[in-house]
Design a protein around this ligand. Structure first.
Ligand code: NAG
Ligand code: NAG
Ligand code: NAG
Ligand code: ZN
Length: 460
């Protein structure tokens, strides 16, 4: 029996759950996770708190790691909440209170007190706009999201410090502040234009997720056609990953020093991007397909290619992507992390919670204050594996290493001219929307005249 439960997440993936709580899923978790979380979901948590209370004077490897290196999360959708709840008017938005107690914000996951409690040292704030804005005002709306992120950082400069380089992250950490970076979630935000991509870089954007849950004319999304109730223009059966223009976008991102993010893209695009990019790529918020068969997750063969590429997968926490059924707790994320490490080791993994972009959370991982709990559970799962050094890699060292390599590629390519390619009309066949082409003011005056002529006719 196939029971369809449709969630509309803020992340705007529409998920099809194959019978929630599929028992075969849990059997792939390591034995310790079976810790009976179904009968008592708090077992893992209880063991963490007990340990904390009985050994208060001995700092754990987790504490020492968090002390030594910033925990950098790959994806947070707070800015989308500011848009949807406040229309980006942050005049009376106090980020320095626990929003859990603010009417209307009880379900939000992020604020300064909880970021501090969660010992977050760096955050990629997502500039996300709906797929519905594709071919319309996506660029303008993306600029508004970048603007509101920058205003939020300025307004809270006692705690947040804007960062656009790997050194910038470490500098913020030294100052006791939360490094605040910007990533754009969805290629629709560049409207298939390299000039727009370059201007985003100038504004401080340091990653672009190539698609969200809609295809763009140069890349396909992981969201399946029949899942895709909200994506615009997807009538796709074609087996396309990146088009030639899509590959140009990757190369221009390499030249600029902007990280290529492969969360949300189709497996074909993952493969194409991994063979095209000359810099390491990231998955800003994705988990392991082997443990939960959802298209948003990453297959083991892609993980191996990611290791060759020297990139990073930042494990995400959304129950709809990690599995675990109704009583799923943070142990499930621990299992995803350990699986990735089993396959590719500890150099290519990080954390990307997707907080404020998800309608449901795991028990014990309800908001940004819970990272230390996750790390304690991870340590408990395999104390030999999770040394202080390896915990540091997971929380931030790997991301900073990837960022540095991306910056090095930028330097190496500094001789190269900016790419000036214009998207081919053929690429619009990918999304089977020829009407999109006429939404664009053509470079060819003749075509433009023809449009005016047509308009003249219809207005008569
Ligand atoms: C449970 O998951 C397994 C493995 O992903 C799959 O083969 C099976 O069809 C699923 N069962 C149900 C009832 O959905
Ligand atoms: C912004 O919000 C404040 C406080 O909620 C309100 O007083 C103000 O009128 C708003 N500004 C605009 C331009 O709507
Ligand atoms: C459109 O109509 C205007 C006003 O009638 C006219 O001046 C202009 O030449 C027309 N343009 C074309 C391309 O037909
Ligand atoms: Zn997302």
């Amino acid at each position: 029996m196939r029971m369809k439960i449709i969630f509309v997440s803020l992340c705007f993936a529409i998920l099809i759950h194959l019978s929630a709580g599929n028992k075969t899923e849990s059997s792939v978790y390591p034995a310790w996770v079976a810790l009976d979380y179904k009968s008592n979901p708090n077992n893992i948590l209880i063991s963490i708190y007990k340990k904390r209370n009985t050994t208060p004077h001995i700092p754990s490897p987790v504490d020492m790691a968090l002390e030594s290196f910033p925990l950098i999360d790959g994806h947070n959708d707070l800015a989308f909440l500011l848009y949807s709840k406040l229309k980006n008017n942050i005049t009376s938005f106090n980020f320095n209170v626990n929003l859990k107690y603010k009417p209307g914000w009880e379900k939000s996951h992020t604020d300064i007190p909880r970021l501090r409690q969660g010992r977050v040292g760096g955050q990629f704030w997502s500039a996300f706009v709906f797929c519905e804005s594709q071919y319309k005002d996506a660029v303008a709306k993306t600029l508004e999201q970048i603007d509101v992120i920058k205003r939020l950082i300025d307004k809270n400069s006692e705690h947040l410090q804007f960062a656009a380089t790997s050194d910038g992250i470490l500098d913020a950490f030294k100052n006791g502040k939360i490094a605040s970076l910007i990533g754009i979630e969805g290629g629709h935000s560049i409207d298939s234009r390299l000039g727009v991509l370059r201007m985003y870089y100038e504004l401080g954007v340091r990653y672009l997720t190539l698609t969200h849950s809609c295809d763009v004319p140069w890349a396909t999304s992981s969201t399946k056609e029949d899942d895709d109730l909200i994506a615009v223009g997807r009538k796709l059966t074609t087996k396309v990953g990146l088009t030639e223009f899509g590959k140009k976008i990757i190369l221009e991102m390499n030249r600029l020093g902007m990280m290529v993010d492969l969360s949300h893209v189709s497996k074909l695009v993952m493969n194409d991007a991994l063979t095209t990019s000359v810099a390491p790529v990231i998955f800003s918020h994705s988990s392991a397909y082997c443990l939960f068969k959802h298209d948003r997750n990453v297959h083991d063969d892609i993980l191996r290619k990611l290791k060759q590429n020297r990139g990073i997968i930042m494990i995400t926490f959304y129950p709809g992507y990690v599995g675990g059924g109704e009583y799923g707790d943070l142990g499930i994320v621990v299992a995803h992390i350990n699986h990735v490490v089993d396959v590719i080791g500890t150099d290519n993994i990080g954390l990307g919670g997707d907080f404020d972009g998800i309608p449901k959370t795991l028990i014990g991982l309800e908001d940004v204050s819970k990272y230390p709990d996750l790390l304690e559970a991870l340590f408990e799962s395999n104390p030999e594996r999770w040394t202080q050094r390896n915990i540091e890699k997971l929380i931030g060292r790997n991301l900073v290493r990837v960022f540095r390599e991306v910056e090095k590629v930028k330097k190496r390519l500094s001789f190269a001219e900016p790419l000036q390619d214009v998207i081919s009309k053929d690429d619009f066949n990918l999304v089977k929307r020829n009407d999109i082409w006429v939404c664009r003011t053509s470079y060819e005056k003749k075509t433009y005249d023809r449009l005016i002529e047509k308009m003249n006719k219809t207005h008569k």
